[in-house]
Design a protein. Structure first.
Length: 392
């Protein structure tokens, strides 16, 4: 639509001249008023880009109408039409807010030049207002993003600091809902043994999904994201082509990746409200998913280290018990070995001293006893060569 021009003049010939001469092109839309009340009535219905006002009107004068324009907050520039050489009227019109003055009788070229100058100012004002509005919107968007990123940073730190998976799941899902205003959120993690996706946690899930918590699920969208390791945002008819999206208006699926390997999917969806997600939501969720993946891996490693630590502590206790058992066994073995050896040693010393005076029968008897003691000692030595086995 072209620019709207309001002509306020009681002379129809002047209005015809302006409408058919100066503003005859398709780029103009011309409104006409015969006096001040007509003009004010039109201004209650229209917002012209330019007003041409005759100072000599029936009833309210042109000056009175200018004052009324000011009190009504009219933004359009006003070109005043006055009698030639009426300098005082021109000065007063400028004082009351007129943008320009043209003298009667009107000359089309002069009016056209004044109109071009005024409309150029209008265009500049519109462009400036548009730029200001765009800048304000950009600032608001930037402020919202900064706030979201700051909140996300705090959430990320709190998530990574958690030390049990259920707390991590709950915090991540709460953050996902807060960042996207989604109706529901869920976490699916890959099971290493079956290589299937398990619905590990969810918040505000539809009833059909609640029964599947903790179970393997078939979700084509999640499978696509696991394979591509790229976020997926979908809504409307395109989403309903997938079985997983038939009861949802919009979804956003974000992979949880660790060293380029996908370990699961963070997903949000709208099953009640008809709101789509955008790439801004996807970027925020991607950052959140990075924190979530780190936290999940950290908790899993922590659990593994705790289990390993307990296993090592148990093994150390068992080793200590086995060492104590072995020490006691050796102590008992040496205690059993000492008497026969001491007896055999005493017998040998006695025989050395008295062998020449002893009958053969007595000597044989003593040597037999020494042999018995030595065999006992050898039996104890063989037993010591087979210590008790260490507990597995």
């Amino acid at each position: 639509m072209g620019q709207t021009i309001l002509i306020v003049d009681d002379d129809p010939e002047v209005r015809d001249l302006l409408r058919e001469g100066v503003f005859a092109g398709d780029e103009y839309r011309v409104l006409e008023a015969r006096d001040g009340p007509d003009a004010l009535t039109l201004l209650g219905q229209e917002a012209p880009d330019l007003i041409l006002l005759d100072l000599v009107l029936p009833g309210l004068s042109g000056m009175d109408v200018l004052v009324a324009f000011g009190s009504h907050g009219v933004q359009a520039p006003v070109i005043v039409m006055t009698e030639d050489r009426d300098l005082s009227a021109a000065v007063e019109a400028f004082r009351l807010g007129a943008a320009d003055v043209v003298a009667k009788p009107l000359r089309e070229a002069e009016v056209a030049a004044a109109a071009d100058r005024a409309l150029a100012q209008v265009r500049m004002r519109h462009e400036r207002d548009a730029l200001v509005a765009e800048l304000q919107a950009a600032n608001e968007q930037l402020s919202a993003q900064v706030t979201a990123l700051s909140t996300l940073h705090d959430i990320g730190e709190s998530v990574v600091a958690l030390r049990d998976l259920e707390s991590v799941f709950n915090r991540v899902l709460e953050a996902a809902l807060a960042l996207t205003h989604a109706d529901h959120a869920m976490l699916l993690l890959r099971d290493d043994r079956s290589d299937s996706l398990i619905l590990r946690a969810g918040q505000n899930l539809p009833l059909a999904m609640l029964d599947r918590l903790g179970s393997a699920v078939r979700d084509e969208l999640a499978d696509l994201v696991m394979q591509s390791r790229e976020p997926l945002v979908a809504s409307g008819d395109g989403l309903r082509r997938f079985k997983a999206g038939r009861d949802r208006y919009a979804v956003a699926y974000i992979p949880l990746t660790v060293q380029s390997a996908a370990i699961g999917v963070l997903a949000v969806g709208n099953h009640q409200s008809a709101r789509a997600f955008d790439q801004g939501h996807a970027r925020l969720l991607k950052i959140l998913a990075s924190y979530a993946a780190m936290a999940i891996v950290s908790v899993r490693l922590s659990v593994m280290l705790d289990q390993r630590s307990r296993q090592l502590a148990q093994a150390q206790q068992e080793l200590h018990a086995w060492q104590m058992q072995r020490r006691e066994w050796f102590r008992e073995g040496f205690a059993a070995l000492r008497p026969p050896l001491e007896t055999a040693q005493s017998a040998l010393v006695w025989l050395e001293q008295n062998a020449a005076d002893l009958p053969v029968e007595v000597l044989t008897l003593h040597l037999t006893d020494v042999a018995v003691r030595i065999r006992e000692a050898l039996a104890h030595l063989r037993a010591l060569e087979q210590p008790p086995a260490q507990a597995e």
